[in-house]
Design a protein around this ligand. Sequence first.
Ligand code: HEC
Length: 184
Amino acid sequence: MKRAVLVILILISMGLVLSAVGCEEAKESKEPSKKSQPKAEKSVPKEPEPKEEPAEEAQKPSGPPTLADTEGYKQWLKFNREPIEGRTHGLTDIYVNQDRDVIAPHGILKFPFPDGTIIVKEILSSDLISIMRKVKGADPAHNDWEWIEYDAEESVIGKDASCWGCHEQAKAMDYVFTDLEKSE
Ligand code: HEC
């Protein structure tokens, strides 16, 4: 009987030892799995992509007006019904790229002319084209008009001071000598 009890005790203690070892093993096998789990990286909020700036609108056309800027001018509003016997160059036609209602509400020219106005003086006898173009900021001292005169080959005949020096006489009319003839 005593023996049997002893054997049981031994078995029990062995069982305890074994289970203790098992626990250790289990612990060990758990730990590496903890370590090997890389910490989830904090998601750093991405910097917003820089928005593309809209190309700055060209404030000023580069350089003086060209003949291309006056393309189709013969379809524009004409100041005169019959060619003018001009004071400087003989027979002349004068055109403007604006509507009559805009530059002459109630039939009377309104000064100053709006930004973007182009006035073409076509000198019929010599194929010369004189151009005035208003560009905001181009020349505040002369009401922002740009001045140039071309021959048929687009060679520059005159510009700037050689023009406004004389047109200053018409300063009260925004440097424009010619009046708009009434529509029929
Ligand atoms: C000596 C004076 C004088 C000079 C210099 C002169 N102009 Fe004129 N311009 C006139 C007169 C006067 C008119 C009115 C139409 C006419 O009599 O031929 C005129 C008319 C014009 C017109 C039509 C609008 C308006 O004012 O009636 C334009 C555009 C023009 N000139 C551009 C020029 C340009 C560009 C130059 C320089 C290259 C120039 N002018 C130089 C006297 C001048």
